[in-house]
Design a protein around this ligand. Structure first.
Ligand code: CA
Length: 227
């Protein structure tokens, strides 16, 4: 799988050097100098990681980070020139996954990108068994979901849904992201089909499907793992 990295940087020289290094390393790259455009591109989907400059014309990197986090769990690496800003990014926990201080060597940046992708990738193996509320166990070896030791007969789509959420327990996924990760990037049907899968999954695993504790709705944003 080829990852697409979005670079949001208004210093053209830096942006182009970083782009060239990433392309040489086999990544696809999109480039913009505006936070507003970055938010739009993430909404459109298909971005796997964002390199986000803090000081941008118009919407600041910090504001863009918050906006993006409101609708997406895409990994974000902030690029900043000042240690004090780096402290602020870390301290405020605005939702960035990592930050890198300017000036950085492109090689260091590529290494950081790789590390973040590895950490956040859904291709990484889960624990063999993930224990969830209400006696639900996601068994990654058997690719089955058990509730109180009984197979709930989850469909492959339902299994995949729960495993995507379980890999990122603190993250909220938008409908678009779940569609991409569960049904595939080339899926072109109605996104609301994901709601149907969630409804069916809840019926199989929740104690009270009307008051879900495992697959939780986050109003206006999407879904996350409860518990
Ligand atoms: Ca800048």
């Amino acid at each position: 799988m080829t990852y697409t990295i979005l670079i949001v940087e208004d210093e053209k020289k830096i942006a182009e050097v970083v782009r060239d290094y990433l392309i040489k390393d086999g990544y696809q790259v999109e480039l913009t100098d505006r936070g507003e455009t970055a938010v739009e591109l993430v909404r459109r989907g298909g971005i796997d990681l964002i390199l986000l400059d803090l000081m941008l014309p118009g919407m600041s990197g910090e504001a863009a980070c918050k906006r993006i986090r409101g609708m997406s769990s895409v990994p974000i690496v902030m690029m900043t020139a000042k240690t004090s800003e780096a402290d602020r990014i870390a301290g405020l926990s605005i939702g960035a996954d990592d930050y890198i201080l300017k000036p950085f060597s492109p090689r260091e940046l590529v290494a950081r990108v790789k590390a973040v992708l590895r950490r956040t990738s859904e291709h990484e193996p889960l624990a063999d068994q993930v224990f969830l509320p209400s006696g639900v166990v996601l068994d990654d070896k058997a690719k089955q979901i058990f509730k109180k030791e009984t197979d709930v007969f989850a469909t492959p789509t339902e299994y995949k849904l729960l495993s995507v959420l379980a890999r990122h327990p603190r993250r909220t996924f938008s409908r678009t992201e779940l569609v991409e990760r569960v049904l595939g990037y080339d899926y072109e049907g109605d996104e609301r089909v994901i709601d149907t899968h969630i409804k069916n999954l809840r019926r199989k695993i929740e104690d009270d499907p009307k008051n879900p504790q495992i697959v939780v709705s986050v109003y206006g944003h999407g879904y996350r793992l409860g518990g």
